[in-house]
Ligand binder design. Structure first.
Ligand code: IMP
Ligand code: MG
Length: 369
């Protein structure tokens, strides 16, 4: 991810893919033009990088010139196209190929056609590296298109956001939501995770996604994913990560526009943590923190034995079972602690004290994010 001025952008199109596309366009156009020596006309500023790469790959003689137009303000296309530098040479009788970096609304194409209307060129051909079909409002034929992209703002490879980003060799796409707070909550059995999750949910207006609840909901309601998950469980097999991720995706989508999520019970493995990162990225968001409640083993054992006296839960009554559950918790979460530490997102919080004291510590972490 990169930041330009006040906005965040995520990697979108690699330098390699751009290079392959430019190569393909140069070959196609050269083939179609035969022995004609074309004049390539770049539209400045944005097209400088595309034109430079394109003509280097163009396998035959050609001429290159530029016109300079200005139309964009910030991240919005404006109707008002200004001609800053027009044509500086006579192109009558020539085959002209316009090289555009990007065609969005097509307003710039109006001005280009206006410029060439009285030039009596032999042919006016339009080639654009990037094209947003959903944004295009004009009828001009676009003869060559490099890559079609959704109607979202991009930077890099000549394209800028208020002056920045033109120099990047690859293309980045604007991230549209960065305001969410997404937490992965961990805690050994007896650490008070449920109580604290409930509190965080209220205080920060987050949606609590407990994987166990999500599974039970999907299975009980016999959703397609629930039925699929159950088919594995019935065979005694692990539910594939993708099925779980698809269920979480549905939960995330149901709550689109919320302040963020508390993930509870997921991820459990490196692969799952990676899948969750991908899921959040596809929502233009990210996991902000893994918060783990840290409680000394002896304190946990004491708490659980105490709870066992009243809860009637068999697994809370036996000390060796309790110790096993705690050991298992640490062996499983150690990997995730490493995973999130590597991203500087691991926060251990002292889970010994009163509920209020722990709550204050958790809030301090979240407020600092
Ligand atoms: P149009 O006139 O709306 O087709 O827009 C064309 C011009 O707007 C391009 O030459 C760019 O300068 C600018 N533009 C359109 N979309 C983008 C974008 O996603 N990022 C950066 N500049 C853009
Ligand atoms: Mg342009």
């Amino acid at each position: 991810m990169i930041k330009l001025h006040d906005l965040y952008f995520k990697p979108f199109i690699s330098a390699q893919k751009i290079e392959d596309t430019v190569e393909r366009m140069a070959q196609e156009i050269a083939k179609d033009l035969g022995d004609e020596i074309p004049v390539f006309v770049g539209i400045l500023n944005g097209s400088f990088m595309f034109v430079s790469d394109f003509v280097k790959k163009y396998p035959k003689p050609c001429e290159v010139t530029f016109i300079k137009l200005a139309s964009y303000e910030g991240v919005k296309s404006t109707e008002d196209i200004q001609r800053l530098i027009g044509l500086t040479q006579d192109l009558s009788g020539r085959t002209v190929v316009i090289l555009e970096d990007i065609i969005d609304s097509g307003n710039t194409m109006d001005e280009v056609h206006r410029i060439f209307k009285n030039e009596s060129v032999k042919e006016l051909i339009i080639a654009t590296m990037f094209y947003k079909p959903e944004a295009y409002k004009k009828d001009y034929k676009l003869h060559y298109i490099g890559i079609e992209i959704p109607k979202k703002f991009i930077v890099g490879y000549g394209l800028d956001y208020d002056g920045l980003g033109r120099d990047l060799p690859e293309v980045y796409q604007l991230k549209t939501t960065q305001h969410m707070t997404n937490l992965v909550l961990f805690g050994p059995p007896g650490a008070g995770k449920g109580t604290q999750a409930e509190f965080l949910k209220q205080k920060y207006n987050l949606v609590h996604i407990s994987t166990g609840d999500v599974f039970r909901y999907n299975i009980k309601n016999e959703t397609a994913l629930g039925t699929l998950a159950k088919s594995y469980m019935d065979k005694g097999e692990l539910v594939p990560d993708q099925v779980t991720i698809d269920m979480l995706n549905a939960e995330v989508e149901k709550n689109a526009g919320c302040n963020g999520f508390i993930f509870d019970g997921f991820p459990r493995t490196n692969a799952q943590a990676e899948a969750l990162d991908k899921l959040m990225d596809s929502k233009d968001s990210q996991i902000n923190a893994m918060i783990a409640l840290e409680v000394d083993d002896e304190v946990l054992v004491g708490r659980l034995l105490e709870r066992g006296k009243t809860s009637g839960r068999a697994d809370d009554a036996d000390e060796s079972i309790i110790r096993n559950r705690i050991t298992e918790y640490y062996s499983k979460t150690a990997i995730l602690k490493d995973y999130y530490s590597a991203q500087d997102k691991y926060y251990g919080v002292d889970g010994v004290g009163s509920i209020e004291e722990i709550t204050v510590r958790l809030s301090a972490v979240i407020d600092s994010l």
